[in-house]
Every structure is written in structure tokens, then in C-alpha cells.
Design a binder for this molecule. Structure first.
Ligand code: ATP
Length: 333
């Protein structure tokens, strides 16, 4: 089977072909990803500029992905949401045209479920708890009765967006997350507000406090260190409680903030202490990428979970618990 994935929910125009002889065996397949990132000239992601980037970049990455494929495509999968509406609409239009031109089915993929499923696929896990720590989102998911349930989530901004807003205050270029990681390595811990309410977390107050610390003269390295320890401690606490409450012993990490080594270390040591298995995918599958769309698209296509073009509208608020997990029965049959 050979599935083309197309991604473009925010900043990354990406296309990938997933080729496999056995969907249940991650060693039996290969994914080639072609991406073209939008880089804001100043500030954060501007939705219109990002959509213009998608319009300009998608044809090239799709052509590269198709050129690299070793044979005909069986299905076209695309990110249906969540994401920036103007970007989603351009990518969906491209995917519909491609499916019709190639005369193959269209598959509409939930971007956040794809962040989870690509990790589950390569880990070989059954029904893990998942921490998605990305730019626009932060949530903990657990599988129950045919859906990935949202066990805990941010009450305000996504975790990466919070870090990016802090670095914008410092006039650092986008994205800020990797720069916070670099500066934190030289810093001493400073206290910042730690906000976990039940299974949910909040980042906006921490970001305001971090900006105030810098403005008051605290070295920026120390504030970055405090930010990492506080924000990632919150994510780790909720992930641990989710493992405890669900009785699961597998944790998978998803999303661009998952590229941060300190977050991965905290999660790995928490899992080790409670005897759970932890898996963080390669960075190319953590940040936005079409490889994860192609992998989940292949599983959905195999399960017959395809979309008529007339019903393929995008959904910028598409939540993971709206997705019927159609592909699990095929894996266990
Ligand atoms: P979503 O998947 O919710 O649509 P997104 O489109 O913003 O999110 P991702 O690629 O998942 O994209 O994540 C991008 C975010 O990851 C940015 O906010 C960026 O600052 C953050 N990030 C990238 N690398 C690191 C790092 N090393 N440490 C912390 N944050 C990072």
C-alpha cells in the first residue's frame, strides 16, 4: 500500500508517501517526508501569510513526494483540522484535486490524532496514554471505547505558543521554543506559578510572570530554566496521573515541543519510576509533518474510513475525541 499525506495546519507545508507491505509492522514500511516551513519575517505566525505560504509551497512538496514514490498511490490523506482555517482550506483543496486526478479515495485525518498514532505505530504500543505538547495544543489523551478521550488539556493557550509569546517579548525570532531550550541550559532555576487544576493546566499566567521576571532584571537564562522546569513539570504530573487513573503502562509523546530534551527526560524518568514504557518519536515525526498524516491515513484507508469529496469540509476546531477510531479493529483481527 502507498498513501500520500498532505499537511499544512499552520507553519509547515509538507507532503509524504508512506509505503508498506504490512500496516501492523513499523519495520515493513518507509516514509519519505518533503517539507517547506513558513518563517515569519517578524512576530508569530500570521494566518494570511501562512496560507499564502501553503498556496506557494504545497505544489512543490507534493511533486517531490510523488517523484520519490516507487509506484502508484492508493489514497490521498490530508490534515482536516485542527489548525488555521485559511491554511486548512488550501491544503484540503489540493488534496481533493489530487485524489480526483489520481482517481483514488480521499482520507480526512485529525492532525492531533496523527501526532499520537505515529508514535503508537513506531512504539508498537497497544492503547497508550498520549501527551501531545505542540504549538497550538496541549492535552493528554487515553483510548476508551472506540475514541481517544481528552483526559486533561490546556485551559488557555497551547504550550508551544506560550513559549513563543514569551520569546516574542524578548524580540527573539519565531519559533521561540528551541531558543528557550538553549538558554535554559545555562540558567539557574527561578520559581514561577505552577498551575494544574485537576487534570487541566494553564500557561498564560506563567508566561506573564516570566515576562515580568525578565523585565525586573532576572537573567533570561534563569527564567528559561524556570519556565522549562515549571511547564514541563505540569505536563509530566498530568501525564503521570493519567497513567495512574487509566491503569495503562505505556506513554507516547507527540507534538513539536516534544523535541525538547528536558521534557523527554522528565517523562522518561517518571515512566521508569512507575514501571511504564515511554516512547518519543524521531523529531521529524514530532514537529508538524506529513509523514504522520500518511501513516494514519493508510490505517484509515485500510479500514475503509474514506471521505466523499462533498463531505470533506475542514474543521479548524476538530477535537481528537470526535474521531471514531475505525482502524483498531483491523489491527486486532
Ligand atoms: P499543532 O500540532 O498543535 O498544530 P504547531 O502547528 O504549532 O502545533 P508543532 O510543530 O507541533 O506545530 O510545534 C511547534 C512548536 O514547538 C512551536 O511553538 C515551537 O516553539 C515549539 N518547539 C520546537 N522545538 C522546541 C524545543 N526544542 N523546545 C520547546 N519547544 C519547541
Amino acid at each position: 500500500m502507498r498513501v500520500l499525506g498532505v499537511e499544512g495546519t499552520a507553519w509547515c507545508a509538507s507532503a509524504a508517501v508512506y509505503e508498506t507491505t504490512d500496516l501492523r509492522d513499523s519495520d515493513a514500511g518507509s516514509v519519505t517526508i518533503h517539507s517547506d516551513a513558513y518563517q515569519p519575517v517578524e512576530g508569530g505566525i500570521h494566518p494570511r501569510e501562512a496560507a499564502e505560504h501553503m498556496r506557494d509551497a504545497i505544489p512543490g512538496v507534493v511533486a517531490d513526494a510523488l517523484d520519490a514514490a516507487s509506484g502508484p498511490i492508493d489514497a490521498v490523506a490530508f490534515s482536516r483540522g485542527p489548525g488555521l482555517g485559511p491554511c486548512l482550506r488550501i491544503v484540503a483543496t489540493a488534496a481533493r484535486s489530487l485524489a480526483q486526478a489520481l482517481d483514488v479515495p480521499l482520507v480526512g485525518v485529525n492532525h492531533m490524532v496523527a501526532h499520537l498514532e505515529v508514535g503508537r505505530h513506531y512504539a508498537g504500543f497497544d492503547a497508550p496514554v498520549c501527551l501531545n505538547a505542540s504549538g497550538a495544543n496541549a492535552h493528554v489523551l487515553g483510548y476508551h471505547n472506540g475514541r481517544y478521550r481528552v483526559l486533561g488539556e490546556t485551559m488557555d493557550t497551547g504550550v508551544g505558543n506560550a513559549l513563543d509569546k514569551f520569546t516574542r517579548h524578548l524580540d527573539w525570532s519565531h519559533p521561540g521554543g528551541p531558543k528557550v531550550e538553549e538558554h535554559a541550559k545555562q540558567g539557574e532555576y527561578v520559581d514561577l506559578p505552577y498551575v494544574v487544576k485537576g487534570m487541566d493546566f494553564s500557561f498564560s499566567g506563567i508566561m506573564s510572570a516570566a515576562k515580568d521576571e525578565v523585565d525586573a532584571g532576572t537573567p533570561v537564562e534563569d527564567v528559561c530554566r524556570g519556565l522549562e522546569e515549571t511547564v514541563f513539570g505540569m505536563l509530566t504530573e498530568v501525564a503521570e496521573r493519567a497513567l495512574g487513573l487509566t491503569g495503562r503502562d505505556e506513554l507516547v509523546l507527540g507534538g513539536g515541543v516534544g523535541q525538547n530534551a528536558r521534557l523527554r527526560d522528565m517523562l522518561a524518568s517518571m515512566c521508569e519510576q512507575r514501571g511504564a514504557r515511554f516512547y518519543a518519536p524521531d523529531p521529524r515525526f514530532l514537529r508538524d509533518n506529513a509523514g504522520m498524516i500518511a501513516v494514519l491515513g493508510a490505517k484509515m484507508y485500510d479500514a475503509g474510513d474514506t471521505l466523499p469529496v462533498a463531505e470533506s469540509a475542514v474543521d479548524s476546531n476538530y477535537r481528537p475525541d470526535e474521531v471514531p477510531v475505525t482502524w483498531r479493529d483491523r489491527e486486532t483481527s
